[in-house]
Design a protein around this ligand. Structure first.
Ligand code: HEC
Ligand code: HEC
Ligand code: HEC
Ligand code: HEC
Length: 173
């Protein structure tokens, strides 16, 4: 409990509203989703979201960093002002922009009782409702993206939600 309060205060202090509701303890990580969503996992692995943590390492994307007024030689992997947007759930345990950054923290919806193939086949609407009640986001809204794609990003470029949405949609599993 203490830990949860601490995390909440920390996230409140550092990031403001969008991050308050979740603590890193509610995230399970992409490896868990991979077990059942292997094709989507593979296509996601090839996106920049998957490797978004690596750009914080010294020497990586040096030109981009210079242009943004950052120090290309600096190691930013422990810098809390960077990891909030370059990890999932604000923890280096889950580096990069993983599934749950868009689909919601998975602790309560990623179990077989909810994400169950045969139940889903029999009653897709009912099962989807259960999953959503447990925190799943099926269609991410603009505010999910703009929690990171905003002017606080040192390399910010204007964010066209519709165009970008189509870039991150993955093929059927
Ligand atoms: C135990 C296997 C399993 C795990 C683990 C799992 N899923 Fe699923 N998921 C399913 C099944 C089965 C469906 C039903 C639809 C289908 O067959 O694709 C589904 C559906 C979904 C849907 C689509 C819902 C819809 O309306 O069509 C999303 C989004 C999703 N999962 C995301 C995730 C994410 C993110 C994780 C990890 C946090 C995850 N899943 C973990 C099996 C799983
Ligand atoms: C940058 C945001 C983002 C990330 C990261 C992401 N997704 Fe998605 N996902 C989407 C969007 C957008 C859609 C399309 C939703 C729609 O149909 O409107 C989607 C759709 C899905 C669906 C439904 C597919 C279908 O065709 O019905 C599943 C399942 C899914 N994602 C699982 C995952 C898993 C597993 C991961 C991690 C390996 C992941 N997603 C990572 C944004 C994301
Ligand atoms: C947790 C923070 C976070 C969230 C949430 C997020 N993104 Fe991103 N996104 C990033 C970062 C960081 C990068 C840059 C990664 C890099 O270039 O290494 C990025 C890059 C991208 C790119 C460029 C990928 C490429 O290959 O050039 C697109 C498109 C994108 N995001 C769309 C979206 C959309 C659409 C959503 C919401 C559905 C979303 N993002 C949610 C942090 C996030
Ligand atoms: C508010 C969220 C946010 C914060 C804070 C943030 N970033 Fe980013 N970062 C992004 C997003 C989103 C992108 C994708 C480009 C864009 O639209 O800004 C990105 C892109 C980048 C890129 C370019 C990657 C590429 O492939 O071109 C680098 C490098 C980077 N960030 C480094 C950092 C460093 C270092 C810090 C900390 C000093 C930081 N970022 C803080 C969200 C953020």
């Amino acid at each position: 409990m203490k830990k949860i309060i601490l995390y909440s205060l920390l996230s409140l202090a550092l990031f403001g509203l969008p991050f308050i509701a979740y603590t890193s303890e509610e995230y399970v990580g992409a490896a868990k989703c991979k077990v059942c969503h292997i094709k989507i996992f593979k296509s996601w692995s090839e996106t920049k979201h998957a490797t978004a943590f690596d750009v914080l390492r010294p020497g990586v994307q040096a030109d981009v960093k210079k242009r943004a007024g950052l120090d290309p030689g600096k190691d930013y992997t422990n810098d809390s002002s960077c990891i909030q947007c370059h990890t999932t759930g604000n923890t280096t345990m889950f580096p990069g922009v993983q599934c749950e950054a868009c689909h919601g923290p998975g602790k309560n919806y990623s179990n077989v009782a909810i994400m169950n193939k045969s139940k889903w086949n029999t009653d897709p609407e009912g099962q989807r409702k259960c999953a959503i009640a447990a925190g799943l986001i099926v269609h991410p809204e603009e505010k999910t993206c703009t929690a990171c794609h905003n002017e606080k990003s040192p390399t910010y470029t204007p964010f066209d939600f519709k165009a970008r949405y189509n870039q991150v949609k993955h093929p059927q599993q």
